[in-house]
Design a protein. Structure first.
Length: 133
């Protein structure tokens, strides 16, 4: 479910009617206790974190630190951060030590429907996972 603020209030959009199965093994849970879902892909091959906030074009230092620490804790070489923003302000992929961290934006720009945003986000995560696996 995705909510978008409109002049008359909040509008609810159904992106997927039910839970999705994670392919190639993985889990989603609040592992670090920050209230956001954390993702572990392929039995620890890669990790991810969903940030429920709107971001700008530059990396937030605490988000980057958390992604690298989380990946390192699982001995993963790839980290993913998913957050909300405008895709024209996506952050660059960074390599910190042995960990490569990628940022995927769920586009909330005016004119982008929830379905378009979901499709683009799923495509970006699938491309990231294909490169990381």
């Amino acid at each position: 479910v995705w909510y978008r603020r409109r002049p008359g209030g909040w509008r609810r959009f159904i992106v997927e009617p039910g839970p999705l199965q994670i392919e190639a093994g993985g889990a989603a849970a609040d592992i670090d206790g920050d209230g956001d879902p954390d993702l572990v892909f392929g039995a620890g091959a890669a990790t991810g974190d969903v940030k429920y906030k709107i971001v700008g074009a530059d990396w937030d230092r605490s988000d980057l630190y958390q992604a690298v620490t989380f990946a390192t804790g699982f001995s993963a070489r790839h980290g993913l951060v998913i957050s909300f923003g405008s895709t024209d302000r996506s952050r660059p992929t960074l390599r910190i030590g042995e960990v490569t961290v990628t940022h995927v934006v769920w586009d909330i720009a005016d004119g982008v429907s929830p379905e378009q945003a979901a499709q683009a986000t799923v495509g970006a995560v699938a491309a990231w996972w294909a490169a990381a696996a």
